[in-house]
Design a protein around this ligand. Structure first.
Ligand SMILES: NC(=O)c1ccc[n+]([C@@H]2O[C@H](COP(=O)([O-])OP(=O)(O)OC[C@H]3O[C@@H](n4cnc5c(N)ncnc54)[C@H](OP(=O)(O)O)[C@@H]3O)[C@@H](O)[C@H]2O)c1
Length: 298
């Protein structure tokens, strides 16, 4: 089974090293985030694993330290479904860290039953988009001072499943698990474009990506038929290590140094949907996100 996967998804390879660089990865206790952390630790970076479940994160941290030989891997608590937790995390990072060279907004929740975050946002939009939007806002000055620096938003091909529902952003009138996930991942790409424009000339570049169809814990909320289908297609999907390659590529590839605002898949530029290239909607989403979070970010 592994050889079939290897046949379809060769591993991207680069000898790029990251000594003296600090990386934050959200949702690094499992799946794609954990493998991204493992790879970047092996390249010599200081890794901050920003995780909600710290016990699970500490087990992953131990494994990564043993595997990489890099002792500079730390866990910090971050719950993206609670702006109080996001602010506490960012405050500690701004106080304790001299620089942040790479921020990987990786954590995500997919197709969960309807729920709201601590601040009353629909869960998928709240965690996948608004949580990361606020986190980036709170860290952006430190990231700018650390330039050259990169911000990576892990989106999905599922961005084409949804639209930005400006009239019902929290899906209060109607909730479709799949469309709500699509909306949150579309928001990731739109904000990547907006942020890249705002950061022009600062030495901070921004990327959005689709990691592939990857066997992780992401399917935890799927219904039984979908869980079975997920297992059936398993040989044709990526494992977590293969799924991390495009995140790693966007984080370290020297050829991307002058690129910003793009969308990537399989370690190469990719085409996103027409909706994801709508700069007018990107601006509306930016303004709405700021309003919902009570922040001013021009
Ligand atoms: N797997 C795929 O096929 C696929 C395809 C396209 C895009 N993606 C994207 O890839 C990213 C990584 O997903 P994955 O496949 O590695 O899934 P995963 O194994 O389920 O990992 C998701 C991570 O996000 C964390 N997370 C969820 N809610 C959080 C919250 N409120 N605060 C902080 N962390 C939270 C989880 O932490 P806990 O362990 O504490 O829940 C976990 O560490 C996601 O953005 C996903 O949308 C995945």
């Amino acid at each position: 089974m592994y050889s079939l996967r290897s046949f379809f998804f060769g591993q991207w390879s680069s000898s790029e090293r990251l000594p003296g660089k600090t990386v934050i990865i959200t949702g690094a206790n499992t799946g794609i985030g954990k493998e991204t952390a493992r790879d970047l630790a092996k390249r010599g970076a200081r890794i901050i694993m920003a995780c909600r479940d710290t016990a699970k994160a500490e087990a992953a941290q131990k494994e990564i330290i043993e595997d990489s030989g890099n002792q500079d891997v730390v866990v910090r608590r971050l719950d993206l479904s609670d702006t109080k937790s996001i602010r506490e995390f960012a405050e500690a990072v701004n106080k304790d860290e001299k620089h942040i060279n790479i921020l990987i907004n990786n954590a995500g929740v997919m197709m969960c039953p309807y729920a709201k975050t601590a601040d009353g946002f629909e869960m998928q939009f709240g965690v996948n988009h608004l949580g990361h939007f606020l986190l980036t806002y709170l860290l952006v000055d430190l990231i700018k001072r650390s330039a050259p620096a990169r911000i990576i938003n892990v989106s999905s091909m599922a961005h084409s499943w949804g639209t930005i529902r400006l009239d019902d952003i929290n899906s209060e009138k109607s909730y479709d698990t799949r469309k709500a996930y699509g909306q949150s991942k579309l928001a990731n790409i739109l904000c990547t474009r907006s942020l890249a424009r705002r950061l022009q000339g600062t030495g901070v570049t921004v990327y959005a990506l689709h990691p592939g169809i990857v066997q992780t814990e992401l399917g935890r909320h799927l219904n039984t038929p979908l869980k079975i289908a997920w297992k059936v297609v398993r040989p044709f999907t990526k494992n977590s290590m293969q799924g991390a390659q495009t995140s790693i590529y966007c984080a370290v590839a020297p050829e991307l140094e002058k690129e910003s605002g793009g969308y990537y898949s399989d370690c190469a530029p990719a085409t996103c949907s027409t909706d994801a290239a709508d700069d007018e909607m990107a601006q509306k989403l930016w303004e709405l996100s700021c309003k919902m979070l009570g922040i001013t970010w021009d």
